[in-house]
Ligand binder design. Structure first.
Ligand code: PAF
Length: 292
């Protein structure tokens, strides 16, 4: 496994792989790799011949007062995990490599960031879209794999790839969960044991939502009420949003008369967690949109 830290070397490497006629898979990450990331790597490996994992804690997607400095970093451990998964290259640039002093060009989507996490994190998706566009130009992948736990991010990147004509297949991989259902996230490492118990209320409220939809309830507000009650009954929880919305546009749906996404963001202690699931009034609920 090679570790590349400059954009020039990464671009040259990508060109040489492409000249050999091999396809490139990219899994963009901010490191602190867990089983969820490893599943994305396995998926990219299945689809392509040369696997690149980027590790970069991207400053432009963190707002003032967010956890950029505290974000967990463990490069040696990450490299060992990636190597075990058969990764060919880790692209790990330093900040100045991606953002020079003169940097001034951002990718801004007009509509998708106006919903869900974009409301309390107004500059987050500008940072995500910008860094992912840069990674696409540097790594030159044929396929890029993202987790659907960050559902809004996945929809945004898919839209950006279409709008900006990136000739890249964007794959959304289902959320990987702990055995009790908690969605895997690098930020779970911030949780105390008690907060970890409270964090499970996110998954439980989604499952409860599914049951309600299965039982024939179509009114989003009833499902959101029930989720709020469940989450609020746990210690140290502070709901940012619970939304039932269109899976493409993320516009809220009052009545669940077609597949919808139920998405939520909750602060547990100081840790902001997100999760989501698909609701389908005709089939119950699944987190696999390919089912539709
Ligand atoms: O999902 C993440 O880890 C990040 O948002 C991403 C896609 C690597 C961009 O920094």
């Amino acid at each position: 496994m090679e570790i590349i830290s400059t954009t020039k070397k990464m671009q040259e490497h990508a060109d040489s792989v492409r000249r050999l006629g091999k396809t490139i898979g990219l899994v963009p990450t901010m490191g602190f790799l867990h089983e969820g990331h490893l599943s994305l790597m396995r998926e990219a490996r299945k689809r392509t011949e040369h696997l690149v994992v980027s590790i970069f804690v991207n400053p432009t997607q963190f707002g003032p007062g967010e956890d950029f400095d505290a974000y967990p970093r463990a490069f040696e451990r990450d490299a060992a995990r990636a190597e075990k998964e058969g990764v060919d290259v880790i692209f790990a640039p330093v900040e100045t490599e991606l953002y020079t002093k003169e940097f001034q060009t951002y990718v801004v989507l007009e509509k998708i960031p106006k919903h869900l996490c974009g409301i309390s994190r107004p500059t987050h998706f500008r940072g995500v879209a910008t860094v992912v566009a840069k990674l696409f130009n540097i790594v030159k992948p044929d396929t890029a794999v993202f987790g659907r736990k960050d559902y809004q991010q996945f929809v945004l990147i898919r839209r950006m790839a279409i709008d900006l004509n990136f000739d890249i297949e964007i794959v959304g991989f289902p959320t990987v969960r702990e055995s009790d259902g908690l969605a895997m996230s690098s930020r779970n490492s911030y949780l105390t044991p008690e907060q970890r118990r409270s964090a499970l209320s996110l998954y439980r409220s989604l499952i409860e939502g599914r049951k309600l939809v299965k039982s024939g309830i179509k009114n989003s507000s009833r499902i959101i009420d029930s989720a709020s009650k469940l989450i609020n009954s746990h210690k140290e929880t502070d709901i940012d949003y619970i939304s039932i919305c269109d899976p493409e546009t993320l516009v809220e749906m009052e009545i669940i008369d077609r597949p919808a996404i139920m998405a939520l963001a909750v602060k547990v202690g100081k840790t902001r967690l997100i999760d989501n699931m698909m609701l389908n009034p005709s089939e119950g609920m699944t987190d696999d949109p390919s089912a539709y």
